[in-house]
Design a protein around this ligand. Structure first.
Ligand code: PDD
Length: 281
């Protein structure tokens, strides 16, 4: 495997950044995960737009032009011969002797990129059964719309889910409404077929896959309500699912100890999963 690190393609096993990288010391950086499907990057423009926005919000300089970034992305895919998988890219405020204040203006941001294959058959098998989610108290900061590498609450929540035999943890805010999962957006489907997902404000990451599902729903004439939903409403929903670049549409069949419907992925979510790539670019 080959990784891109600050201008060079290096063996993955030797790819490293400096110990005084701001990402390492302060989580002072942002990232993107893009899906690779049939050898091409799904919704690349939207991912680069979101990266731009995350960088702007944190006043981190863009490490290179958009064209250069997309060139490196394609190079990393081809060097690793990935057909179905994901790209990971991370940009931090760079390397400087540890000090909370921003380093001097001439400090270049650090950029790394990796690509790896995903066993899509295995993912399809998981999707065919459906997954469980647990619920945890929302304990993240109020700017989770920025895709930062500061993911400790997400890591702890997802590990708790794993120990409980679930795949994801849904954060629940102080009003009792689900915000999103540790690394996915959260959706339910009402008995009348309406999709419900939280509006994309500062309380969730505005998922690229979420946008794809919204577009697909419109194409398929499904109605959508962008609003918060409670755990009780979710537990009595007909279907539920989570979305992310790494799992696309993943049916949820269990929330905490409650089995949804007959415990199998429902028809609407199965259809969304099957047709997802029709609506992506
Ligand atoms: N996670 N919400 C959170 C907190 C996320 O970390 C992610 C993505 C999403 C879904 O966004 P998208 O559809 O653009 O992937 C929602 C990535 C996959 C990760 O951290 O691995």
């Amino acid at each position: 495997r080959v990784a891109y690190v600050n201008g060079q393609y290096v063996p993955h096993s030797q790819a490293a950044v400096h110990i005084e990288d701001r990402g390492y010391q302060f989580s002072d950086g942002v990232y993107e995960v893009c899906e690779i499907w049939k050898g091409h990057i799904v919704d690349m423009g939207a991912h680069l737009d979101r990266l731009d926005r995350s960088l702007r919000e944190l006043q981190i300089k863009a490490p290179m032009s958009r064209a250069a970034l997309s060139h490196v992305m394609k190079e990393v895919i081809s060097l690793n011969r990935v057909k179905e998988g994901i790209i990971y890219m991370q940009v931090t405020r760079g390397v400087a002797v540890r000090d909370h204040y921003f380093p001097s203006d001439d400090t270049p941001p650090s950029v790394v990129m990796t690509a790896k294959s995903i066993n899509s058959q295995k993912l399809d098998q998981i999707a065919a059964k459906g997954v469980g989610v647990i619920t945890v108290e929302e304990n993240r900061w109020d700017r989770v719309d920025i895709k930062t590498v500061g993911l400790l609450p997400n890591v702890l929540a997802k590990q708790k889910a794993k120990v409980a035999g679930a795949r994801e943890a849904w954060f629940v805010d102080k009003d009792g409404l689900v915000t999103e999962g540790g690394s996915t957006n959260a959706w339910i489907i009402l008995s009348n077929g309406t999709l419900v997902t939280r509006p994309a404000n500062h309380g969730i990451l505005k998922g690229i896959t979420r946008a794809g599902v919204l577009k697909l729903a419109e194409m398929n004439g499904l109605s959508v309500e962008e609003r918060g939903f409670s755990i009780d409403e979710a537990k009595s929903a007909k279907e539920a699912f989570i979305t992310s670049a790494s799992g696309i549409v993943m049916p949820v069949v269990k929330i905490d100890e409650t089995i949804l419907g007959d415990g199998k992925p429902g028809p609407i979510v199965q259809d969304l999963r099957k047709s997802f790539h029709d609506a992506s670019e």
